[in-house]
Design a protein around this ligand. Structure first.
Ligand code: HEM
Length: 122
């Protein structure tokens, strides 16, 4: 009887351990970046619909970013960055339109605004 109870408890314990492991391996932890594979594929025609200061998306190096919340923090006058809302802005981002690259800190900031990957050929 005691042995049966012991076996039952051990079995239940491992079932719970397996359950917790399966659940945590399926969904990313809170705050963790969504894996690129799971990201939404967005065509440039969709990016183009978000071309204002109040709704600003950009396609940069094959990824799509919603930069609406970042715009007021950009350290230039708005007219430098606003024209790129709704556009393919890789070249502008790579050169700041002045032949100078953004810093690693800017790259790190940018990564936080990714909402999808650019759907090629659209
Ligand atoms: C795509 C259009 C963009 C243009 C044309 C542009 C242009 C510029 C310019 C002219 C400067 C200031 C002058 C300089 O440092 O040489 C600057 C600085 C900066 N920008 Fe942008 N920017 C763009 C997008 C972005 C985005 C999307 C981010 C980040 C989410 C960003 C983050 C920064 C940061 C952090 C700085 C300070 C200097 C640095 O870290 O490189 N910019 N940008």
């Amino acid at each position: 009887m005691t042995r049966k109870l012991f076996l039952l408890a051990t079995g239940l314990f491992w079932l719970v351990v397996l359950g917790v492991w399966a659940a945590s391996s399926r969904s990313p932890a809170p705050g963790e970046a969504t894996p690129v594979r799971a990201m939404k594929r967005l065509p440039l025609t969709e990016v183009a619909r978000h071309s204002s200061a109040g709704d600003c998306w950009m396609a940069i190096h094959g990824k799509v970013y919603d930069l609406t919340a970042y715009l007021p923090d950009h350290p230039t006058r708005p007219s430098v960055i606003l024209p790129w809302c709704g556009k393919e802005a890789s070249e502008a981002y790579r050169t700041k339109t002045k032949g100078r690259p953004h810093s690693a800190e800017a790259d790190r900031l940018l990564a936080g605004y990714q909402i999808g990957v650019l759907e090629e050929g659209k």
